[in-house]
Design a protein around this ligand. Structure first.
Ligand code: ADP
Length: 279
């Protein structure tokens, strides 16, 4: 127990005696989702640092799951750096009805809720402290009229701070997909995200190494620009059997910039999708 312990386990991830004695089980922080909604599985997409392609992988997973004929939603919990609406070309403001806030719908019918759909100007910064941001994420869960959803993907803010903790404690997260990059694997920052998942007792369904290599469009040779990958080593040491590698691909970045991420089809995430279906 640290000296600063407030005995409020909802604001702390430490696995200390106070948590045990208080008998504050995980369930005690759970929030019910909107009564008109039925979300069957919640999958959190996390990363150790920003800029590794977490939102990109969230978008590709959601689009691919939709192609498998499932009802899919994305909650953009990256409140201060929301990038989901842009990748899907969604710019309409979210509307409200009696049952709650109506999420936006993408071209293929994925429901999306993001801070950017609530701002007057999507370039306005969100200058709020952690607890307020955590409250917004809870509101996205409780007050958005999600309807019937087979898989909700939560694009988490990077790191292991306040907001990821709020999501893990308030939402019934079935599994986590970790997104990392070769550099992040070397720096070991991603291990913090992995260990947080273990601490929260949420299964890690797979690890995606994004920007893993570059495939020459002329000769087809794969160039591992950042050197030998540590992906299998890390996955092995945490007993994670499902991994995927995505190349540096300018066409994916262009599709995302153009709001056309649903047009990108790749089979490289198939094993991760199957792990999500079996979660
Ligand atoms: P994060 O959510 O981790 O902050 P993003 O998904 O927003 O990262 O990606 C950061 C930037 O990198 C974006 O401009 C995105 O288009 C680009 N990007 C991500 N993955 C790839 C990739 N595999 N190939 C090329 N560009 C990529």
């Amino acid at each position: 127990m640290s000296e600063e312990c407030t005995h409020d386990c909802s604001t702390c991830a430490a696995n200390c005696a106070s948590r045990e004695e208080g008998k504050q089980s995980k369930e005690s922080f759970r929030q019910e989702c909107n009564p008109s909604s039925n979300v069957k599985k919640v999958i959190a997409v996390v990363s150790g640092k920003g800029g590794v392609g977490k939102s990109m992988v969230t978008s590709l997973l959601a689009a691919a799951m939709r192609r498998r004929g499932k009802a899919v939603a994305i909650m953009d919990a990256d409140i201060t750096g929301p990038s989901i609406p842009k990748a899907f070309g969604v710019s309409e403001r979210a509307a409200g009805i009696e049952e709650g806030i109506i999420p936006a719908s993408t071209r293929t019918g994925i429901s999306v809720m993001s801070m950017n759909l609530l701002l007057d100007d999507p370039t306005d910064p969100v200058v709020w402290r952690g607890p307020i941001i955590g409250g917004v994420v809870q509101q996205f869960w409780k007050e958005v009229y999600w309807g019937d959803v087979d898989y909700m993907f939560v694009d988490m803010p990077p790191g292991t701070g306040d907001v990821p903790l709020t999501v893990f404690q308030s939402l019934p997260v079935n599994g986590i997909v970790i997104v990392t990059s070769p550099q992040e694997l070397v720096s070991l920052v991603v291990e913090k995200a992995l260990k947080m998942a273990e601490l929260m007792e949420i299964p890690v369904l797979g690890i995606v190494e994004n920007m893993s290599y570059f495939e020459c469009p002329d000769c087809g040779k794969k160039h591992f620009i950042y050197g030998r990958s540590r992906l299998e080593e890390l996955a092995g040491s945490h007993h994670i059997s499902v991994t995927a590698r995505l190349p540096i691909d300018a066409s994916i970045a262009r599709a995302s910039d153009a709001g056309d991420i649903e047009a990108v089809e790749t089979n490289m995430l198939d094993e991760i999708l199957t792990a999500i279906e079996n979660a």
